[in-house]
Design a protein around this ligand. Structure first.
Ligand code: 26W
Length: 814
């Protein structure tokens, strides 16, 4: 069958196709359809195209027996799909017309789609951008993850405090998934291990429980190509034969309990960003999706090649952080126990197949699992890990005989206190390439936490600086800027973001600058309306929009930003008639439900905002707002409307950042530390077009070594002292004056681990430079344009091409 022919409905015209789906698929009266129903019908039109593209891509890759990359990730923060899908299949214009025929705009329709929020933050969103790029640069590729029934919690604010609500994103069904009823694998847990046949490396795992992993696919369209990628998500289902006895005897409650015990594996995403949950269910989730994925990979390979000995020639498996690291032991188990490989042959294949990305240096975020728990849940895998470790340590010992400290630092088993398996070490030993996510981060990895591994295997470590997809984060989110760019340098930037450099010369053109500023103004009006609708606070869209949006975390230092706002407030009160630059400070982000100090920061933002936003003496020249429920769709409204991008983490703590890239791409200027990818943004846009402040990574380390004394800074800095005294003394929490005592004490007496006080003065000075520039809109516009022009490097297409060439051994479309 000719898959290039359009779906049957296409010839009858787009609106007819929508009508047909309203009638045949949604089963509603087209004349009375709701926006959500029309959305579903429009989605079906796109889906028809995507199905064909999926089948054609799969057919071509099977025919070519293509080498493929498999991206294993616990998180995919996709957001909405409709606009992206329509753009990819070239139906945006026609579907806008169809929407209009039903008295709606395309925006009305897209707004009814729930976000697929199957991720926490940066790591999950990066995985989604990578899928878009893998399809676009035509890599034979699959993403593998979990089909969580409940995604990232929804955040509301009650009395200034975060409240978490479940996110039943599948409640009304999704038009985007393709259940693959024929694709399912058993995943086993618990039990014990018996020796295998005499003379083999294999063992027999007498498991205690088993769950089915069922495949659900989402088609990821490529842009500028009919090729697609696949996101295959696994749902846990109890094996149908389970506890029939309970069912037969009418004990439905017990039968249901039994079923739940299995199916809970794919119920909910752990909403913890950077603090491992350490819970048995989390370990089960990790093994569940990793095992199902690797079984699926081997089945596909066997179907195509009939043998596994050439696996490494055809398969690259990427570990997105350590969450799927158990895959190293799982592939060994499958090869040795189930496919009769010898240990050495299996290990050689495994190391060639896997690669691993580290996304954080924070020691508390490095995953380890108690040996006792792993013994209980995955006894055979623990045995395999022990053998990998003993062979690895024996080889390492030959290099530095007698150096026990060296061996201890490398071991896959942490021996201090309760014995634990170090998943990062398992990932490094089991992979042929290990990368960080920005130049600075990758450098720090080999200098600090992985230094001894880098001493053993320097060639294994590399850098892959993150990127973002320009389709979602510019073309879709910022249609105004996208069309201005199209009419200035053409539309090739969507696939070749480097072309943005052509905007640089136009910064000198006053007409272009004014058009650029007009687009920004329109985006700010849209953002102001979103803020009003979701916070009730009216904000002035001509004021400087100062934006910090990301997960709430101490190392990201939202609190430093609040200190700066309070300092500004006090300075304005001291001199109300001075010519203050009007500012709207905008925060958004979720706090992990158990993260007490992050939640306190959210409350502080609200308390300070309540005082500032109602203080008539300011005459509206300073506003502080918190936009609730930050996620992909909210980000698509915020990024285009930002003037200033706050990237103020303590130097050496933010692995990369990707919000920094999205904001600069949309013409915001960065105020930030020399941290993560800020370093490379600075290189790309030039020192004059960014506001860098604060201690460098080396200075942070030096101050810590020399004995950092926050109390001394407090005593010697009256401006800072006034700010901290006001917050600690209850100026912003008069109903409960001691509310922020502990927060302030953690800075003054608790060591100020992230050195807010050390960077405070230099931050405030940088903010003054921001104000000075904003007074001159034309000068501001020149620098904002220089930022957009300099962002070509930060396309995730560039990142994926680097992975394809240097890590996965795949050819990407140029
Ligand atoms: C197991 C608990 C857990 C969960 C998530 C530990 C660690 C994480 C991630 C490492 C958190 C994360 O999202 N890291 C972010 O990854 C982005 C993409 O590479 C980077 O841009 C961010 O700097 C980094 O914080």
């Amino acid at each position: 069958m000719n898959l290039n022919a359009p779906p049957a409905s296409a010839s009858a015209g787009p609106n007819a196709a929508v009508e047909r789906h309203l009638l045949d698929t949604v089963a509603t009266d087209p004349a009375a359809a709701s926006p959500a129903e029309i959305m579903h019908a429009v989605a079906q039109v796109a889906r028809e195209h995507l199905s064909r593209r999926w089948v054609a891509t799969d057919r071509a890759d099977r025919a070519a027996r293509a080498r493929r990359v498999y991206y294993l990730s616990m998180e995919f923060l996709i957001g909405r799909t409709l606009s992206n899908a329509l753009a990819a299949v070239g139906l945006t214009g026609e579907m806008a017309a169809a929407a209009k025929a039903h008295a709606n705009t395309l925006e009305d329709l897209t707004a009814t789609e729930a976000d697929a929020a199957l991720g926490n933050g940066g790591l999950g969103r990066l995985a989604a951008c990578f899928l878009d790029s893998m399809a676009t640069v035509e890599l034979p590729s699959y993403g593998y993850g979990i089909r969580y029934e409940f995604g990232m919690f929804k955040q509301s604010i009650v009395g200034g405090r975060q409240v978490e609500h479940p996110d039943p994103w599948l409640e009304d069904g999704t038009p985007w998934e393709f259940p693959r009823t024929g694709v399912s694998y058993p995943v086993r847990f618990g039990g014990w291990v018996e020796p295998g046949a005499h003379g083999s490396s294999g063992s027999i795992w007498r498991h205690a429980g088993e769950v089915n992993a069922k495949a659900y696919d989402m088609v990821i369209p490529g842009h500028g190509t009919p090729r697609v990628s696949t996101l295959r998500l696994w749902k846990a289902a109890a094996p149908s034969q389970i506890d029939l006895h309970a069912f037969n005897t009418g004990d439905y409650a017990r039968a249901a309990e039994f079923k739940n015990q299995y199916e809970n594996i794919s119920w909910v995403l752990y909403p913890n960003d950077s603090t491992p949950a350490g819970r048995e269910l989390r370990l089960r989730q990790e093994y569940f999706f990793t095992s199902a994925s690797i079984q699926d990979i081997l089945a596909r390979h066997l179907a195509e090649h009939g043998r596994l000995t050439n696996l490494a020639e055809k398969v690259a498996i990427h570990l997105n952080d350590t969450h799927p690291a158990i895959g190293v032991a799982e592939l060994m188990r499958l090869l040795v126990d189930e496919h009769a490989f010898g240990w050495a042959g299996a290990w050689a294949l495994t190391q060639k197949v896997f690669s691993y990305t580290n996304h954080t240096l924070m020691p508390e975020a490095l995953e380890t699992w108690p040996v006792s728990l792993m013994q209980h849940v995955l006894p055979r895998h623990l045995e395999i890990i022990f053998r990998i470790n003993s062979e690895f340590l024996a080889a390492a010992a030959k290099l530095r005989p007698g150096d026990n400290e060296f061996m201890r630092s490398l071991s896959l088993i942490e021996e201090r206190g309760e014995r634990r398996v170090r998943m990062a070490h398992l990932s490094i030993v089991g992979s042929h390439k290990v990368n960080g996510v920005s130049a600075l981060h990758s450098e720090l990895l080999v200098q600090t936490i992985f230094a001894n591994f880098a001493a053993l295997w320097p060639e294994r470590f590399t850098n892959m600086t993150n990127g973002v997809t320009p389709r979602r984060w510019l073309a879709q989110a910022n249609t105004g800027l996208a069309s201005l760019i199209d009419s200035t340098i053409g539309d090739g930037w969507r696939l070749h973001l480097d072309q943005l450099i052509g905007l640089r010369e136009h910064a000198a053109n006053a007409d272009f600058r004014n058009a650029f500023l007009a687009v920004k103004q329109a985006n700010k009006l849209r953002l102001a309306e979103h803020i009003r609708a979701h916070t009730g606070v009216p904000v002035d869209a001509t004021s400087l929009f100062d934006v910090q949006v990301k997960r709430i975390h101490e190392y990201k230092r939202q609190l430093l930003n609040v200190l700066q706002v309070v300092a500004r407030y006090q300075a304005m009160l001291a001199d109300p008639d001075a010519d203050w630059v009007p500012r709207t400070v905008i925060f958004a982000g979720k706090a992990a439900s158990s993260y007490v100090s992050a939640k306190a920061v959210i409350q502080l933002i609200h308390d300070v905002g309540t005082v500032i936003n109602t203080d008539a003496r300011l005459r509206g020249r300073l506003k502080l707002v918190f936009v609730p429920n930050y996620g992909v769709s909210v980000a698509e409204v915020i990024m285009p409307g930002a003037d200033l991008s706050e990237q103020i983490s303590t130097a050496g703590t933010e692995a990369s950042g990707t919000g920094n890239m999205k904001l600069a791409l949309n013409g915001a200027l960065t105020i930030g530390t020399d941290d993560g990818a800020n370093v490379e943004i600075r290189q790309q846009v030039g020192d004059d077009n960014i506001f860098i402040f604060g201690l460098s990574t080396a200075q942070v380390a030096a101050q810590r070594a020399a004995g950092y004394q926050p109390l001394r800074i407090y005593e010697e800095n009256p401006r800072l002292k006034a700010v901290l005294d006001a917050i600690a003394g209850g100026r912003f929490s008069e109903d409960e004056p001691g509310r922020y005592r502990a927060l302030v004490d953690s800075l003054l007496w608790g060591g100020d681990h992230y050195m807010l006080l050390a960077d405070f003065d230099s931050y405030v000075a940088a903010q003054s430079r921001v104000d000075a520039l904003y007074r001159d809109p034309q000068a501001w516009a020149r620098k904002a344009i220089a930022n957009v022009a300099g962002m070509g490097f930060f396309s995730s297409d560039r990142t994926i091409r680097e992975y394809a060439r240097d890590v996965w051994g795949l050819a990407a479309k140029a």
